[in-house]
Design a protein around this ligand. Structure first.
Ligand code: FAD
Length: 477
């Protein structure tokens, strides 16, 4: 789609400085002193938060909520190393990518197997739009190497620091109602199962293993490479528009049809949301300016810290601080726009809701979050097209993904007590890499091919070499 190049993005995040300067004075005039003082002195840190640096031999995930000291942390430099480690290291063996999953998929009392160095583009065919990459390749590296040979993944996730193996294993997705999750690009993979003998798998060679393996959380064995079906490299036009959430509800359906990629970040407690769109672009490239997301997040935290106990005041204050309108308008290569850096660490729950229930679920989640004085992190809404991997959360129809967050150092108990029941009531399936408490009995009714997956898992790993306590709860609970 040809459009005129616009000026570089405006950098108008919520101004934290203005808030800090103006907030205390306004509060003194508008709210009773004792509740305000009590709220301001509240300590939000959860008692079990552990900021201590890792001890030798200890492992932690990105958010720090999952920590363990396994018997061994083994690093594979080559595929031959993976084979050797799978054959000889103490079980349970759990492969690790970038450790960006929130669920305890990786922690094991046995061996954590890091395949990070097994990375890079192995082969490509630009005319056929296919490429083979090592499984430990970081998404951003993969996107850059593919771009250099004229190719691209059709979509990316919010961040691009995960490994291909890790993100495929958990059904990682981006947004766009015509765009399937990232693992849908897989047309072949090499798996090192419990026997240690590598198998090259395609739909033709073993249809069941192929359909089970695309999203398999490391429970079938260790992936060493993937062959992907890609698209020609492309550029995008990105726009971020702030508007009242009440105006946006009715526009979700049309905007999701109108734009290639469409997502919403609702700014909790403020009544406002960022609508982010990406569309194909063939004009000049403006390049992406530095993101203001971190500044906006800090501003939202300050709003919560000062006025969380007074929801009407929090909303009022935010009205003056977050101006409606276009805040970003920029063009660049697809892989430079679709993903963002997330510096503030957090914990997250995300459920994928059948599209027919999505809007009602979103309304309920936002209304519930707005009633919580302690919440401030944005709520994310995305849409993903269906695919056919047996354990893909998008198997069987388009889904609306709704994600909630809490800072790494604060309690996320509300995810389980308050929000998971809402997500489940609307027929949601949990993101495999994000926090949830579901077990085999809960998951079986959500996935028509769940038992077929279990059969394949038992075929590839009869003795449970790759099952840690968490994956045992998912598949053998
Ligand atoms: C800040 C942030 C933003 C995120 N944004 C998104 C988003 O936009 N969309 C989305 O869907 N998700 C998102 N996620 C979730 C993330 O994409 C997934 O949790 C993903 O699995 C992380 O990849 P990883 O390389 O860190 O894998 P890890 O977390 O290290 O591992 C994930 C799983 O993959 C398995 N695994 C790793 N390597 C191998 C291998 N070689 N063979 C077999 N199994 C393997 C592990 O055993 C584990 O089960 C986000 C997470 C964070 C922290």
């Amino acid at each position: 789609m040809m459009r005129e190049a616009k000026a570089a993005a405006k950098t108008t995040g919520l101004s934290r400085r203005t808030l800090l300067l103006g907030g205390a004075g306004a509060a003194a005039l508008l709210v009773p002193g004792v509740p305000y003082a009590l709220w301001r002195s509240r300590n939000f840190q959860r008692p079990d938060f552990n900021p201590a640096p890792l001890a030798p031999g200890e492992w932690a995930n990105w958010s720090g909520a999952q920590r363990i000291t396994p018997k061994s942390i083994a690093v594979a430099q080559t595929e031959a190393d993976i084979v050797r480690i799978v054959k000889s290291s103490p079980a349970p063996i759990r492969a690790v990518g970038s450790g960006h999953s929130f669920t305890p998929l990786v922690p094991t009392p046995g061996t954590i197997l890091d395949i990070g160095p097994v990375s890079g583009l192995i082969a490509h065919d630009t005319a056929a739009r296919t490429a083979t990459l090592h499984a430990g390749t970081i998404l951003q590296v993969a996107a850059g190497q593919l771009d250099a040979v004229g190719l691209a993944l059709p979509n990316l996730s919010d961040i691009d620091v995960q490994t291909l193996a890790g993100l495929f294993a958990t059904g990682t997705h981006g947004t766009g109602r015509t765009l399937a999750p990232l693992h849908d690009a897989i047309i072949g993979f090499r798996l090192i199962p419990a026997s240690g003998e590598p198998i090259d798998v395609t739909e033709a060679s073993d249809p069941a293993l192929f359909a089970a393996g695309k999203v398999s959380m490391g429970t079938l064995g260790v992936m060493s490479q993937f062959t992907l079906r890609l698209v020609d490299r492309f550029a995008l036009h990105r726009k971020l528009t702030i508007m009242p959430m009440d105006d946006l509800y009715d526009r979700i359906e049309p905007m999701s049809h109108q734009h290639r990629n469409f997502e919403i970040l609702y700014l909790s407690g403020t009544g406002k949301a960022a609508a982010i769109t990406h569309d194909l672009w063939q004009g000049p490239i403006s390049g992406r300016p530095p993101s203001t997301d971190e500044d906006t997040l800090k501003g939202m935290r300050d709003l919560r810290d000062q006025f969380g106990w007074f929801p009407w005041l929090r909303r009022r204050m935010s009205e003056g601080l977050i101006s409606s309108g276009v805040h970003e308008d920029t063009t660049d290569r697809s892989w430079k726009l679709l993903s963002t850096s997330r510096n503030t660490r957090f914990n997250e729950m995300e459920y994928h809701i059948p599209e027919a229930n999505g809007l009602a679920a979103l309304r309920e989640v936002i209304a519930t979050m707005d009633r919580r004085p302690d919440a401030f992190f944005p709520i994310e809404m995305r849409l993903t097209h269906e695919d056919d991997a047996w354990l893909s959360p998008f198997q069987g129809g388009t889904r609306m993904s709704i994600a909630i967050h809490a800072p790494a150092e604060e309690s996320f108990q509300m995810f389980f007590d308050v929000f998971q029941p809402i997500f489940r009531r609307y027929g949601g399936r949990p993101h495999w890499g994000k926090l949830h408490t579901l077990t085999t009995a809960d998951l079986r009714p959500l996935y028509p091919r769940f038992d077929d997956f279990r059969d394949v898992r038992r075929r590839m790993d009869p003795a449970g070499k790759f099952l840690n306590p968490f994956t045992a709860r998912l598949f053998e609970g």
